[in-house]
Design a binder for this molecule. Structure first.
Ligand code: SAM
Length: 285
């Protein structure tokens, strides 16, 4: 690679507390020729705070394909560029993917300048397993699409994480408890690094109640972390909460007989146990 090409620096910025930025990020923002920012006014507050006086160009989800092309040309002509989003690490539920892909495909250097990320901050303080996890970004906006999503996640045995806004946090939790077992552990991480930071670990049923009853728990920005399903073995002589939830979801869509047959295939649990559970569920309705 010719070293007269410019480099693209992907720079993480704070997710609330302005002190959460690395020395290297500040140096990079000072030294690059150009800063490509999701919201120019927003980044200027950060730049002002650190006495950085640099050129800023607007780069957001509505213009990123087009601007990515012209930024690539600039990089080719030797201009160095820092990419920043409004908060945290660019590309993580933020713009930047088309630009990074184009620059990589063109064989030019992309340099990460790591730092704050709401996902990682929340996981680091959650107290749920993090050896393996899946990040789901933002959930679908409609209740039925969210329920489909939760049904897919029902048997996932690793921790999973999603981002949510204050407008949908309660609706998302209500949809979740309609599908997932109420005793599943969840962590609600709200306003991380800010004045009203709250990190609550509880079971799903309590989480819904807490958010429904406390208006403050519906304000700000949220990361929700969900415990994975317990491992189940075929030989178990009692059904797990996940197996019962799967059966309940199936019973909403088909006859008891079909629901039980499908549940045997999906969960590997014994038919006799599932059939008895189906009768119990039917009595409860
Ligand atoms: N790129 C960012 C990152 O690295 O975390 C995420 C950007 S995404 C557009 C914004 C979402 O991230 C918010 O709606 C919220 O779900 C989550 N988020 C960002 N800052 C947060 C904070 N301080 N506390 C909790 N969640 C936050």
């Amino acid at each position: 690679m010719s070293n007269h090409y410019g480099k693209l620096y992907v720079v993480a910025t704070p997710i609330g507390n302005l002190a959460d930025i690395s020395f290297r990020a500040i140096e990079t923002l000072k030294q690059v020729d150009l800063i490509a920012a999701e919201d120019t006014r927003h980044v200027k507050l950060l730049l002002q705070h650190y006495g950085i006086n640099n050129k800023v160009l607007s780069f957001h989800q509505h213009n990123e394909e087009k601007v990515a092309e012209s930024l690539l040309e600039k990089l080719r002509s030797g201009v160095s560029v820092a990419l920043v989003s409004d908060a945290g690490t660019p590309l993580l539920s933020d713009p930047g993917m088309p630009l990074v892909r184009k620059v990589k495909d063109a064989g030019l250097a992309v340099v990460p300048i790591p730092g704050a990320c709401a996902l990682i901050a929340a996981l680091s303080a959650a107290g749920l397993p993090v050896t393996q996890f899946s990040f789901e970004g933002f959930l679908p906006r409609t209740s039925s699409a969210r329920k489909d999503f939760f049904t897919e996640k029902l048997t996932s045995q690793t921790t999973w994480v999603f981002y949510e806004s204050c407008h949908r946090i309660l609706a998302a939790l209500k949809d979740m408890v309609a599908i997932l077992p109420p005793d599943r552990q969840v962590v609600i991480a709200r306003e991380l690094t800010k004045l009203h930071e709250t990190i609550v670990k509880t079971n799903l049923a309590n989480a819904v109640e807490l958010v429904a009853q406390d208006e403050n728990m519906r304000k700000g920005e949220f990361v929700v972390i969900v415990e994975g399903a317990a491992k189940v073995t075929k030989k178990d002589d009692a059904l797990s909460p996940e197996q019962i939830s799967i059966l309940a979801v199936l019973m909403r869509e088909c006859s008891i007989k079909t629901a039980v047959e499908l549940a045997v295939k999906i969960t590997g649990a014994r038919k006799k146990l599932l059939y008895q559970a189906a009768l119990d569920l039917e009595k409860q309705d």
